[in-house]
Design a protein around this ligand. Sequence first.
Ligand code: GDP
Length: 494
Amino acid sequence: TAGPLATVPDPRDRLLGGLLSPDFDESSCLSRYRAALYRRPSPHAISTYLISALRRYESLHRRCGPGTSAYARAVERLRASSPNASTSPSADDCSYLVWNPIEGLGNRILTITSGFLYALLTGRVLLLHSSGGALDDLFCEPFPGSTWILPEDDNDFPIRDMGSLNGGHHESLRSVLRRGEEPGAAGASPWLYVHLRHDYSKIHHDQQFFCDDTDAALRRVPWLVFQSDNYFVPGLFLIPRHETELSRMFPRRDLVFHHLGRYLFHPSNTVWDMVTRYHDEYFAKADERVGIQVRKFRWAPISTDELYGQILNCTQRETILPVPNVAATGGSDGQPTKQKAVLVVSLHGEYSEKLRDLYNNNNNNSGSTSTTSREAVCVHQPTHLGAQRSGVQEHNQKALAEMVLLSFSDAVVTTAVSTFGYVGQGLAGLRPWVLMNPVDGKAPDTPCRHAATMEPFFHAPPRYDCRAKTNGDAGRIVRHIRHCEDFPQGVQLV
Ligand code: GDP
């Protein structure tokens, strides 16, 4: 039942083959139509069905978004204690999904994407709660003529303290199901909190979000509020009632984030300025750009030397970086044939320093190194901020700028299980070389693997099998959702 494919977008096509709406003022968001000039063109076709679903969603958002009379009515009904209390619902009533920021920017981008796909499938309007200014001057608006930010000046927004909601709240899906009530039944609460943080995997009632009957019942609840730290897109593919729609939107299931990510996330002019300044200085003249994302997790300790060795081993073994040609120092018979710019993004500065030392040690006066393959290698790193500070605006702006720079690469090396890396590879449209997690503090024998797809992993999929009504295995329920090769407890779309 796959829909027809639009032609593969022309690289100069500023609307990315119809993915983007033409209805925006270009100066308000320079990156929207210009990123295509910097990024490799996507070789992946977009289904015309997805394009029309996006245009339909944009009209819905324009009709129901903040500032409209429909929105005012919906907030009014929310303020009343039950859906039918003050005004009776009508056919053109709108329903909403409210996202809340938790964890780092990579996680946030993936949960906004997951929420957006859920909104597309269920006819809801996605609104982002920019708690504490979490999203200020970070992204452009993705939907023309409207905003996706939940109004902050709405001090009397009826659902208070959304950041501190948890699965045990009286108005949570978990509590409603535990009480044996039907979500959205007559007289029930007009809003519910859905808990999709990774610890939900111990609680069947939270995971029933991914069951057909719960999904149907939730349609009747005008406001859903959620928190998640997971790319739960594959979970939506487990719900039978969305199967046909999803297969039409995504004939290639492993491209969901690639398409939706490039549709939704356009850096603000401030962030775009960081991106282009860096690009123009360091990458504009290179023949080839290699992005290396190095992330260290507390749960996967490894020493700097060991990890540096792993990066070198991986990049040289896979011929991503050349082997420096010590013997050729000064005796080279000509100019390098290729300029390779290496972008290292990391909280830590040591890896790019060591790589720079390596490639500059037998410097051939041009500031780069002769190598066996006569490639000149230059190594750059935009920032090394030391530690994660996801509550700080400038910190998030730099993180976004670096994800976007990573996405301009011709080849990417990422760290296993990092959502930061998933965003870079997905926007780039590249299958990354993944630096495998350390084993007992040591680099594994296979330093990196070429990922099977560019799709992010769903790290904590539901364990609850809706049909068997007991614990099951989300990696074995439908054909196109498999366990991740390198992270067996997770699943991914294939
Ligand atoms: P994950 O923890 O690797 O899955 O990625 P997240 O993006 O969710 O969280 C890590 C956060 O740490 C980022 O959002 C940044 O705030 C910061 N961070 C991690 N690596 C880098 C990096 O290479 N560059 C910058 N600027 N920030 C980073």
